[in-house]
Design a binder for this molecule. Structure first.
Ligand code: HEM
Length: 547
């Protein structure tokens, strides 16, 4: 696909011009231009009183699956339909770029895959994607397990310090964040942040950078672009300092990887013999397989992108999976029974992942209910005709170049048109094959469409479930993240019973790039007990409540 579009650029653009002109004419005649879209007028109070994606959901129910959101002089098209989503992300993907998102992320990620211009993206994606080979992922399961084990050991130590069957109280969101940071450091560039055990200047710099990315994605005026902002505004000065700390750490790792390039390792990599490699990280692959002369600056941008893209996202999945399980104790017991049957008291392995079906479904259901990020952002590079035919909307809309689009993954994942009881936590729902007769053009939900896939995806669901996006810009680390989450969750539930510390309503939602909690996911952790002990504990509780 990449070669084709590179070699046919000229004729294609001429053809596109003609196509666009005829689309525009058709739509002007039929009246379905962006001007005729239903409009949601955004009240400013809506934008600041709660996360934007929640308001977009209410407007979706009110105005339909494609509407225009206007506030002040700004307008966005909000898409909540799988057929239109598939068109934008896959069928006509190169008619769009990342728009505002690229503006925000470019100062952090440079020419990394997420904000990169089309030319750089094509070149780097071709180089990086083979690095996430299934044998690399298999080797990574050891890192996932080792890091999760360190987290579990830390909790067990804390439990030793409390009396009897009393629990420990922990912010699990913060713990998952440390776990995910250590995993991404080791898996992507063989660097041990050691954040499960300690704080360090580099860890603080990573969190500082993440928080600035989030600040920028939610702040209306890009004041950081003003010429003196980086020196005058304290948080911008701090951001520049944080970037310098991370960049010099990454530069050191790249230098070291280049200096330690060995032909014997290159051979092992060529044979994908990860089990006999001391360093099987992605950086090693990029340096060894692609030659030592690869541009340092580009490599640093690639690593920074993966560090940012693969850290908070994975931590958020684990956070919401645990949040949902704590409110569904029966499903937690079901998950624990599966873990007991598959791994008992042992460790998780690549093979056991295949048999941990329920845990895998819990992870994907958490991603359905809390997609990270909840919105995908695009800007049209040329005029386009969005497909019609969905939910009573016969004609598609034509959109002009420069239109900003939010694809609401949150709306798609909770759409009452595509899911039964969309707000309920039902991991089992992914086992059911379904087709909705009165939704024209939607192929239905069918696991057979992606044979061998361990986890449900956008192909199986025909773009009604797309936690990792879809089309050419789909997440490159999807399997890495899913396996990591499955292993971490299995190892946590193998050892502990988890309860929320306060009522579920006290866990407030905030959002930037990901959906996270306002004040942490505070939980009580107890060492797991067997069913008999569980019964005694329940009876005790009833007794204490006077039942
Ligand atoms: C892109 C989600 C973990 C690296 C994306 C996109 C989504 C996503 C939705 C598409 C964005 C768009 O189309 O605008 C997630 C979630 C994760 C996760 C939910 C965890 C559960 C990771 C990990 C890595 C990673 C672990 C790296 C090791 C990337 C990169 C891109 C990307 C490099 C850009 C791909 C491109 O444009 O070619 N991710 N991601 N992600 N993700 Fe992830």
């Amino acid at each position: 696909i990449l070669c084709q579009s590179a070699s046919t650029e000229k004729p294609k653009s001429r053809r596109n011009l003609l196509d666009n002109a005829s689309n525009l004419l058709t739509n002007l005649l039929s009246g379905s231009s962006i001007g005729s879209m239903p409009v949601a007028e955004g009240a400013v109070s809506d934008l600041f009183s709660r996360p934007l994606f929640l308001s977009l959901y209410d407007w979706f129910l009110e105005h339909g699956a494609v509407y225009k959101l206007a506030f002040g002089p700004k307008a966005f098209v909000v898409v909540s339909d799988p057929i239109v989503t598939k068109h934008i992300l896959k069928e006509n993907a190169f008619a769009y770029d990342k728009g505002v998102l690229a503006d925000i992320l470019e100062p952090i990620m440079g020419k990394g895959l997420i904000p990169a211009d089309l030319g750089t993206w094509k070149q780097r994606r071709r180089v990086i994607a083979p690095g996430f080979h299934s044998l690399y992922l298999e080797a990574m399961t050891k890192i996932f397990t080792d890091c999760a084990e360190k987290t579990i050991l830390k909790f067990e130590k804390l439990l030793e310090g409390v009396h009897g069957l009393n629990p420990i109280e922990l912010d699990l969101e913060a713990e998952f964040s440390s776990l995910a940071l250590d995993i991404i450091g080791l898996g992507i560039f063989n660097y041990d942040f050691g954040s499960i055990q300690k704080e360090s200047p580099i860890i603080k710099a990573v969190y500082g950078t993440l928080s600035e990315a989030e600040h920028r994605s939610t702040f209306y005026i890009p004041y950081w672009k003003f010429p003196l902002a980086r020196w005058v505004v304290p948080r911008q000065r701090k951001f520049q300092e944080d970037l310098t700390v991370i960049n010099s750490c990454l530069d050191g790792l790249i230098k070291n990887a280049k200096e330690t390039r060995r032909e014997t390792d290159v051979e092992k990599l060529q044979q994908r013999d990860y089990l006999n490699l001391k360093d099987g990280s992605l950086l090693r692959f990029l340096v060894d397989m692609r030659g030592a002369d690869v541009d340092d600056r580009q490599l640093r941008d690639d690593l920074m992108t993966m560090l940012i893209a693969g850290h908070e996202t994975t931590a958020a999945v684990l956070t919401w999976a645990v949040f949902l399980l704590t409110q569904n104790p029966l499903k937690m017991r079901k998950a624990q029974s599966e873990i007991d049957a598959v791994i008992g008291q042992g460790s998780t392995t690549y093979e056991s992942l295949r048999r941990l079906e329920y845990i895998r479904l819990i992870v994907v259901e958490a991603l359905r209910l809390y997609p990270q990020p909840p919105l995908l952002i695009r800007r049209s590079l040329k005029s386009d005709l969005l497909p019609g035919g969905y939910m009573g909307q016969k004609d598609g809309y034509s959109i002009p170049p420069g239109t900003d689009i939010f694809i609401s993954v949150y709306n798609l994942h909770r759409s009452p048109y595509f899911w039964d009881h969309p707000d309920d936590f039902e991991p089992e729902r992914f086992l059911v094959q379904r087709k909705i007769e009165d939704i024209e053009g939607w192929a239905g939900f069918d696991p057979a469409r992606s044979p061998g896939a361990l986890y449900p995806n956008e192909v199986i669901s025909d773009f009604s479930f797309l936690p990792f996006g879809g089309g050419p810009r789909k997440c490159i680390g999807d399997q890495f993240a899913l396996m990591e989450s499955t292993i971490a969750l299995a190892m946590l539930l193998q050892k502990f019973d988890v309860e929320l510390k306060g009522p579920p309503e006290s866990v407030e939602l905030v959002t930037g790039a990901t959906i996270h909690t306002k004040n942490g996911l505070w939980c009580k952790l107890r060492k797991r007990i067997n069913d008999q002990q569980h019964l005694i504990r329940l009876i005790n509780r009833w007794y204490k409540r006077g039942c």
